[in-house]
Design a protein. Structure first.
Length: 233
């Protein structure tokens, strides 16, 4: 294995022209190889940079072409009837008229027939009816002027108009059919309004209560009550 090297050394020493040529060839090979390696690395770096740039451009185009999803909106349900004022926290005087503001939806107006009653009642805090305020007959209007001195009371035998006692109340708007209330004690009701002090609003119905017992349930077509109590003095 050592013999070729010795021969090369001997040949290069014996021929002074060959040694510079061989050296030049080796140096050229090293320089050329290094240049090719540098050029290859440079091109690879440039190619990687272009790839990164193209990816960024693609991501930007995706953001532009793909609109952001809009937030989901919960559909609002329109109530058939709604109390707007008094709606809680007000201080009302029995000696001053009160403008009651309400809303009847357009959709519900289309369903109102000749046998439909839309009425306003004053409620006690426990839901028992305090008295009858009045009936809404013009569905294009959104207000009702109420004189507290003329709150109508129906006790089962006769009617009377008088102001409510000082206290806290709620307002009830309801829609129902004109079917007269049931007959109790063998006699018909002379008026088609609920009995204050007994009948009670319970969700979407009026409970007909006598002697602490619920004798009947009057289903309502629509109803709304003020959000919280207000004072009458």
């Amino acid at each position: 294995m050592g013999q070729p090297i010795n021969q090369f050394n001997t040949a290069s020493k014996s021929n002074p022209v060959l040694f510079p040529v061989v050296t030049a060839v080796i140096l050229t090979a090293i320089i050329t190889g290094g240049g090719i390696y540098w050029w290859t690395n440079q091109k690879q770096t440039e190619l990687n940079n272009e790839i990164v740039s193209l990816r960024n451009q693609v991501d930007q185009l995706k953001q532009i072409s793909t609109p952001a999803p809009s937030p989901t909106q919960t559909p609002t349900m329109e109530t058939d009837v709604e109390i707007l004022y008094p709606n809680g926290g007000e201080n009302l005087s029995v000696n001053q008229s009160v403008t009651i503001n309400y809303k009847i939806s357009d959709n519900f107006k289309k369903r109102i027939s000749a046998d439909t009653l839309v009425e306003l009642y004053l409620l006690r805090t426990d839901g028992v009816l305090e008295g009858y305020i009045g009936s809404i007959t013009d569905y294009s209007k959104t207000s009702f002027v109420w004189d507290p001195q003329k709150l109508q009371h129906w006790g089962g035998l006769d009617t009377a108009s008088r102001a409510p006692g000082a206290g806290q109340y709620k307002l009830l708007i309801l829609a129902r059919g004109k079917t007269p209330p049931p007959t109790y004690g063998g006699s018909d009701y002379p008026v088609d309004i609920f009995v204050d002090g007994y009948d009670k609003f319970d969700g979407h119905q009026i409970l007909v209560v006598r002697g602490g017992k619920t004798l009947a349930q009057r289903e309502l077509l629509a109803s709304d009550v003020s959000n919280s109590i207000f004072s009458v003095r």
